[in-house]
Design a protein around this ligand. Structure first.
Ligand code: ZN
Length: 884
């Protein structure tokens, strides 16, 4: 979480209300490319008079103590305004490596885990990266990435308390380091720690009884630093702590390390650290990716948190003006065992606050603790997309820590070097102080932290209802903090589709336990085949299982605004059928699943043409692979591709690698020949990533690229959703776009930028209306058209939704009659722009342009952050059609 906006306090809240009251223009060309007034802003402090809380100051001023925390719009404006280019070395390496990644191949259950049969230290000579004088850390006087490995190598040399290893690679291919600091352990001692860790999760009752475990289990603490690349000093503060722990000779430190394992992922985002960007090399915000795991950086720390099972974790961020330390405001994730969390999170935060006060800097006289200081909705812990929130579901007491003084973005460029370095020194002090304080808290409270992690897993195995937490449970806990859910007894996922296999492998990678039925069975009046997956919700990490699989909840009425997404659902958006059994576990013998069964097949006699139905991103990928291999494909309708009998070997190979199913094509099928489409794409980084996942080759474009004379003459389809403004094109570039449209070139748009392009370039004769800019979540849709609407899921995802009105187009998809299933979508004060206004309206339309080309306009978000895997195929069908 970081802050580029400076509006804050209740003054900002009032401003937000004013902005929201001003309906976003429905006029063509008038939709702001990024609209989220309500979400940029922190409103009144919790429990305080909104007006007295108005303190709209500038973090740049660095004024002591009274800089209110500010925050940015989770769905960053750049998503609609800056087209992803994907052309840099980092990008292509990243995307090349990731495109065969976890989503379309089998996701490995765990890429990294704790080494067995080895004691501590387990030292590795880390490869040293070439000196990079361009590293943005240097100007701040901080450690550049290329000096981290030498430093860790030297610390390993100097101290038998330090072990360093590589736990993964960034999107740009750089090493991700994990440092473990602990007193030396023999192999037998380390193995005993491993067994105890497993016992806590697997048999909490036995762990509770085990006296040796209670006294001998080393408290695991995990520090994650620099997940946002331009929030640097978590790394430097963590390195300072590592160095102190490695070299201190005092008995207290020695004893602490006898009782504690300190795990540090030193920089979770080396690409961003070097480049001075929030995102990784693929343009993703890793601290929004934890439910999805699309990026190697989030998968690496997922593996770390599962393998180390920390009691406490910190995610070090910046810059909030005033240091900010979670726990967060409501809404609290409804799947947490929140009592077990808050009883530690609040006192740990208070201890960290004291620690920064002791630093004595005028800038560190207090911290903002959202749970204590902010209004509901201002800094919530609702979605599991943030590292600490995800870690809570893995058994940790997780905290976001925001160090105070801005040194990134405008400050980086505008402030004198001395001032930047002064700020970075204070920020480093704050990061180190919070880490030290958390270590002290974890050590001091190791007995109760252990008991509470055991209790968390015990409740899961027992399937107990979450307890009702009384008011005053901790200071300030009130009715607004009370969130709970009723866990279903089981989820049932029919096997056989690539979507089901993807979902099951994702669950397993997240340490959710999945079984498979050994025979066919009936449950809830339905028949399920042998091999059907069953997620028995009596399991240690039931909260995580549920937060991924449940539909979610419409929380619009609970808080006025949210920080980031409020809805997601692997159950509804990943393309697999996911049934829930509320009360009973299906009565069938099961086996544990460690990897989903292969799904692909070629079900057709030899010599017969094959048919492939475009229902999943993997089906799309198969088509693109076949086209790349020069196979002559035909299309009988927007969703059905015919593969000639001669290409059977290629089909067999793709069925195996992608899990897709080819069937016999009806005899003598004709249809239109499909060529590999030439696609020009002005899209956001997440969309570019998803397009590559599906195997599309795209040529990134933008306003600037078209103005520079990009040749549209061979392009079949132009995608517009980010960074392309018709109004800002030169006369020449405009003429090129006009000529493209006049010759029947295809167009696919998404979102406000796309709708504005549609209006300005007169692509389809419809008007787009914008829902509230910060509206987001899972919606119901009805499918009507034969392209996007053909066999699509009945749910979709929205963020800043649009709907379309006009004549002469086909409605592919409409919003349902009461569209919002889960998420946050309020109307304006005037009662406009809400879900009631969107109900029944066209969410996606298709049509023919005046030049005879095909165009599709999306008001939904089928590729958002590479999350809604089940929506990829509908987007791809539209893309193929616009290119035809
Ligand atoms: Zn951040």
């Amino acid at each position: 979480m970081d802050l580029s906006r400076t509006l804050a306090g209740a003054g900002a809240a009032l401003l937000a209300t004013a902005l929201l009251a001003n309906p976003v223009s429905a006029a063509p060309g008038g939709i702001p490319a990024s609209t989220t007034p309500g979400n940029n802003l922190v409103s009144a402090a919790r429990g305080s008079d909104p007006l007295s809380a108005a303190r709209g100051s500038d973090p740049d001023s660095g004024a002591p103590g009274d800089n209110p925390s500010t925050r940015d719009f989770g769905n960053g404006p750049e998503r609609n305004t800056i087209a992803a280019l994907g052309g840099s070395a980092v990008d292509s390496a990243a995307l090349g490596a990731s495109s065969a990644g976890p989503l379309f191949a089998e996701e490995p259950a765990s890429a990294w885990t704790i080494t067995r049969r080895k004691g501590y230290p387990r030292q590795n000579d880390l490869p040293v990266w070439p000196v990079n004088p361009e590293d943005r850390s240097i100007k701040l006087g901080l450690v550049p990435y290329h000096l981290i490995a030498p430093k860790l190598n030297a610390l390993q040399e100097a101290s038998d308390r330090v072990s360093a290893e590589i736990v993964g690679h960034s999107a740009g291919g750089r090493d991700l380091y994990l440092v473990t600091v602990t007193a030396p352990e023999s192999a037998a001692e380390a193995a005993r720690q491993d067994r105890w860790r497993e016992l806590i999760e697997e048999d909490p009752a036995a762990a509770k009884r085990d006296r040796a475990l209670r006294t001998g289990y080393k408290t695991p603490v995990w520090i994650n630093a620099n997940i946002h690349g331009n929030e640097w000093e978590g790394t430097d503060g963590a390195l300072r702590v590592i160095e102190r722990l490695a070299t201190a000779t005092d008995p207290a430190t020695r004893d602490l390390l006898e009782r504690t394992r300190v795990y540090v992922t030193v920089t979770n985002n080396p690409d961003g650290r070097i480049a001075g960007t929030r995102a990784n090399g693929a343009g993703f915000d890793i601290n929004r990716d934890h439910a999805t795991g699309s990026q190697p950086e989030s998968r690496a720390v997922r593996d770390v948190v599962i393998a180390t099972q920390p009691f406490v974790m910190l995610d070090e961020h910046g810059y909030t003006g005033t240091t900010l330390i979670e726990p967060a405001t409501p809404p609290h994730g409804q799947n947490y065992e929140y009592d077990l969390y808050i009883k530690h999170a609040l006192p740990n935060a208070l201890g960290m606050e004291k620690a920064i006060q002791r630093l004595g800097h005028p800038e560190t006289t207090r911290a903002d603790i959202p749970f204590r200081d902010y209004a509901p909705g201002d800094w919530d812990d609702w979605p599991p997309i943030f590292t600490p929130m995800y870690a809570i579901y893995q058994g940790a007491v997780g905290h976001t820590v925001e160090i105070p003084l801005q040194v990134n973005n405008s400050a980086y460029n505008d402030l004198p070097v001395e001032e930047l370095q002064r700020r970075s020194r204070i920020n480093t002090d704050v990061a180190a102080a919070t880490i030290e304080a958390a270590l002290t808290y974890a050590d001091t409270n190791r007995g109760t932290l252990l008991a509470d992690q055991i209790e968390l897993f015990r409740r899961g195995w027992a399937g107990e209802p979450s307890p009702v937490i009384p008011d005053g449970f901790v200071d300030g806990f009130g009715p607004e903090d009370r969130y709970a859910t009723t866990f279903p007894r089981a989820y049932v996922i029919p096997a056989g589709s690539p979507a089901a296999a993807r979902l099951v492998n994702h669950l397993i990678a997240n340490d959710v336990r999945v079984t498979a039925a050994r025979t066919a069975f009936r449950a809830g009046g339905r028949h399920y085949g042998k091999g059907t997956y069953i997620v028995d919700m009596h399991q240690p990490k039931r909260g995580l299982a549920n937060v991924l699989l449940e539909a979610g909840r419409d929380i619009s009425g609970l808080v006025p605004q949210m920080y980031d997404i409020s809805g997601w659902s692997h159950g509804l958006l990943w393309g697999a059928t996911v049934d829930s059994s509320l009360r009973s576990l299906p009565r069938v013998l099961v086996i544990k699943v460690t990897e989903a069964a292969a799904t692909g097949s070629v079900d057709a006699p030899r010599g017969r043409d094959l048919s492939l139905s475009l229902r999943d991103g993997n089906d799309v990928r198969a088509v693109n692979e076949l086209l790349t291999r020069g196979v002559k494909l035909r299309r009988t309708d927007a969703a059905t591709v015919v593969v000639p009998a001669e290409a059977r070997p290629e089909a067999v190979s793709l069925a195996r690698s992608l899990g897709v199913r080819f069937t016999a094509a009806p005899g003598r099928t004709r249809g239109d020949v499909i060529e590999q489409p030439v696609i020009a794409a002005a899209v956001s980084a997440d969309e570019l990533f998803a397009l590559k996942e599906m195997g599309f080759t795209v040529r990134p474009v933008s306003t600037a690229i078209l103005n520079a004379g990009f040749d549209l003459s061979t392009v079949d389809s132009l995608i517009v959703s980010s960074g392309l403004s018709y109004a800002n094109l030169t006369a020449t570039a405009r003429a090129a776009v006009d000529a493209y449209l006049a010759r029947g070139g295809g167009v696919l748009t998404r979102g406000a930028t796309g709708a504005n392009f549609n209006a300005a370039a007169e692509v389809l004769p419809v008007t787009a209306t914008a829902g509230r800019g910060d509206a987001n979540g899972v919606v119901t849709v009805t499918n009507e058209g034969r392209i996007v609407g053909s066999g699509s899921p009945v749910h979709s995802f929205i963020y800043s939704p649009l709907w379309f009105t006009g004549e002469g187009v086909t409605v592919e998809q409409r919003y349902g009659t009461s569209p919002l299933v889960a998420g946050h979508w309020l109307p304006t004060d005037e009662g406009t722009d809400g879900p009631a206004q969107a109900a029944g309206r066209a969410a996606v339309v298709s049509g023919t342009t005046s030049g005879g080309g095909h165009a599709v306009l999306f008001g939904t978000e089928p590729l958002f952050r590479a999350h809604p895997k089940g929506l990829y195929a509908e987007y791809a069908r539209a893309l193929f059609w616009t290119a035809s």
